[in-house]
Design a protein. Sequence first.
Length: 320
Amino acid sequence: TGEGLIVSFGEMLIDFVPTVSGVSLAEAPGFLKAPGGAPANVAIAVSRLGGKSAFVGKLGDDEFGHMLAGILKENNVRADGINFDKGARTALAFVTLRADGEREFMFYRNPSADMLLTPEDLNLELIRSAKVFHYGSISLIVEPCRSAHLKAMEVAKDAGCLLSYDPNLRLPLWPSPEEARKQILSIWDKADLIKVSDVELEFLTGSDKIDDESALSLWHPNLKLLLVTLGENGSRYYTKNFKGSVDAFHVNAVDTTGAGDSFVGALLGKIVDDQSILEDEAKLREVLKFANACGAITTTKKGAIPALPTEADVLSLIKD
Ligand code: ADP
């Protein structure tokens, strides 16, 4: 596996997670560092499975930024699309699941280095050499990274890359839900392949129904594949010619962070070398079984990056 290059565009940051569960941020006695950022997770998911992967984005020229770049390197993700900002610092997020079941977030983004990526910073040669360009970034929210995001997409499209989009709705970061919906849908019809979660489907359609009708209301004429991930209920797929669902694997889930990114990385790693998957339902179902297995394994360990599987991990779950 792993001939074609997958470039993943967006942010990489550090989540600080309380050392004990079920407390508010103010009550946390201490925090553990969990590197993440959906696009970076996808880049590592691809390489851990044996694919060729690169990350494009900006980090702070600080201890955290160099730590994150080191993690990409250790995981065989190409780093020649990374910029370091001399002034701004690496993005940080503090995240907790409180005892009352609510998630609480706090972000260091005022502005963080990832938000300062400019169109001029982009390694265009790297983007043009990709077969698949994946974006799932919060950089749509503000300038100048918004312009960088749009330029990177355009360059990738002109170079003939397959464009893959995961909206990764992180509502607390947007000025308003209306703005989030509008901006996400503004780049919708550029993508060849879109993956949404059940929550995003509800949000984008404004309906609480998760069925074929609501999924297909998000269809656009140039789309090749639409996926809806449903956690422990697996995933649904839609193409011009066929639709269906693939069951999840039963696992003991302890932390679902990164399951969707793992799923996307697995899928892209297969499609990059064989685009006929998009037209052949039997092949697509095989690939989605593999991607569901990747997502499932990712839920069995704490954190996203440490939990991303190798191909051997996936094959052993599939054959059980
Ligand atoms: P996201 O992280 O984008 O919300 P999901 O949580 O739906 O995405 O996870 C992506 C995929 O990972 C699912 O389609 C499913 O195959 C797998 N997965 C997620 N959670 C579980 C779980 N609890 N048990 C088994 N598989 C899971």
